[in-house]
Design a protein around this ligand. Structure first.
Ligand SMILES: *Cc1c(COP(=O)(O)O)cnc(C)c1O
Ligand code: SF4
Length: 336
């Protein structure tokens, strides 16, 4: 990103251009944040398999000069990622290996998850997806047709979840085609989109996208992914308000992360912030134990303490469900 370029100019661009401008270089991000890479535990080796990637919209929410910023911690490649922690592996849930066969994950009753694309606008260092070759997860047209046939043939499926990677990285044309295909399947009642883009690249919520969603007779649900109240800026609020005004139900899922949101006060503030913009706190996930993420772990015991603290001060509808992903379960496993 050219340094002289003003943020105003950047945010006037369309989402594809904003995405192309995202930070991919540690030194550049540090310069923008007025930090010296020498004062941070950065690791270039950690970027070899999983590069740094941060849209300016997200970086702009970080506090300049703060090496411990909770948003920076989510995206900065650090030396700890090279350590191995016991119990952490490359495919902790076994999902991605299974999904890459046909792009359809049917684990829970009535819901299928479609892996539409392997890529994301931001690379979150704690992500379980970090150890996978993304390109392999791309749902080809051929696989997409096969996936549609699977959904068409199984009348027990009432909800299709577009996931990834980030499904909103697909073009409006691809999304429209997907949704039109789903519109023709009578037993599908709901289409759910799991995306981090309303938070990290809110410019993606274009009027064209909203038109595609509004034209469908199905009910739409957007589950976004925000971990800290600082991620919510006026651009994010605008995107969420327009989604809401288009009749889309908004929920949020977070991951419980050491050094990011492992304090009751931070989680309470996040819930309050989300709700004030029409977003319901849905899940708080325990970390999936993927290699390279051990330094983010918050133990189940600590998580339970936090949940009791949150429950003591928030109304029930602002308390997210604490869950963990478990291979072979009939649902995500509730912990609290
Ligand atoms: C998380 C997940 C879902 C959705 O679960 P909900 O509890 O309905 O949010 C569906 N399918 C798969 C494979 C999942 O991992
Ligand atoms: S946006 Fe979601 S899927 Fe993408 S890197 Fe972040 S946590 Fe992983």
């Amino acid at each position: 990103m050219p340094e002289a370029q003003s943020e105003l100019q950047h945010f006037a661009k369309n989402w594809q251009q904003q995405l192309a401008d995202a930070f991919t270089d540690i030194d550049e991000l540090c310069r923008y944040l007025q930090l010296s890479p020498d004062d941070l535990p950065v690791s270039h080796a950690a970027t070899l398999n999983f590069p740094l990637r941060v849209p300016l919209s997200f970086a702009a929410c970080m506090e300049k000069g703060n090496p411990h910023d909770p948003l920076l911690r989510q995206v900065l490649p650090v030396k700890d990622e090279l350590l191995s922690y016991s119990g952490f592996s490359n495919d902790p849930v076994g999902d991605l290996a299974a999904a890459s066969q046909n792009g359809v994950l049917h684990k829970y009753h009535g819901r299928v998850l479609l892996i539409n694309t392997g890529s994301c606008a931001i690379n979150c260092r704690y992500c379980f997806r970090r150890n996978f070759p993304y390109a392999d997860l791309q749902l080809s047209k051929q696989k997409e047709d096969a996936a549609m046939q699977t959904i068409q043939d199984d009348t027990s499926i009432s909800e299709v979840i577009l996931s990834g990677g980030d499904p909103l990285l697909l073009s409006d044309a691809r999304l429209a085609r997907l949704i039109q295909q789903l519109n023709t399947i009578g037993h599908i009642q709901r289409i759910r989109i799991h995306s981090r883009l309303p938070i990290v690249l809110p410019a993606r919520i274009t009027d064209e996208l909203l038109t595609v969603l509004k034209q469908s007779p199905k009910q739409f649900i957007m589950v976004m992914h925000c971990n800290h109240g600082n991620e919510i800026n006026p651009r994010v609020i605008n995107a969420c308000t327009r989604l809401k005004n288009s009749g889309i139900s908004l929920f949020n899922q977070s991951v419980l992360l050491k050094g990011v949101n492992d304090q009751a006060q931070i989680l309470c503030h996040l819930s309050e912030q989300l709700f004030s913009h029409g977003i319901i706190p849905y899940y708080l996930h325990l970390l999936d134990k993927a290699s390279g993420t051990g330094h983010f772990e918050v133990s189940e015991t600590e998580a339970l303490v936090l949940m009791r603290q949150i429950q003591a001060v928030l109304p029930g509808y602002l308390v997210p469900k604490l869950v963990k992903e478990q291979a072979g379960g009939a649902s995500k496993q509730p912990i609290f």
